[in-house]
Ligand binder design. Sequence first.
Ligand code: SF4
Ligand code: SF4
Length: 106
Amino acid sequence: MTATHHDPDNPCQPCGACCSYSRNWPRFTIEDDAALDLIPDKFVNERLSGMRCDGERCSALTGVIGEATACGIYEIRPDVCRTCQPGDPECAMARRKFGLPALPAT
Ligand code: SF4
Ligand code: SF4
């Protein structure tokens, strides 16, 4: 979950799969209130337990999966979004769902 802007070398930019895999993935975990307060309300779910999703897709994700994507709150994204890394098992699982090949571990 590391879709970012302005970085053509980042394999997440033309992907976004893990940001659209499951509404249960972008949950808040160890963030403190100050960090969560930075996230615009429109992107937070009703239970205030994680990112609001449209279906399984995080509402902060823009673009087209597998083509070009970006996280609308990249600098302040939840901690869990920072833990999914290109090439890890969750990355491979998410990419498989969208017919994208697994990436080599980094
Ligand atoms: S599935 Fe992997 S490559 Fe795609 S955005 Fe997530 S971490 Fe990046
Ligand atoms: S907050 Fe950003 S990085 Fe996290 S799931 Fe949503 S679009 Fe992806």
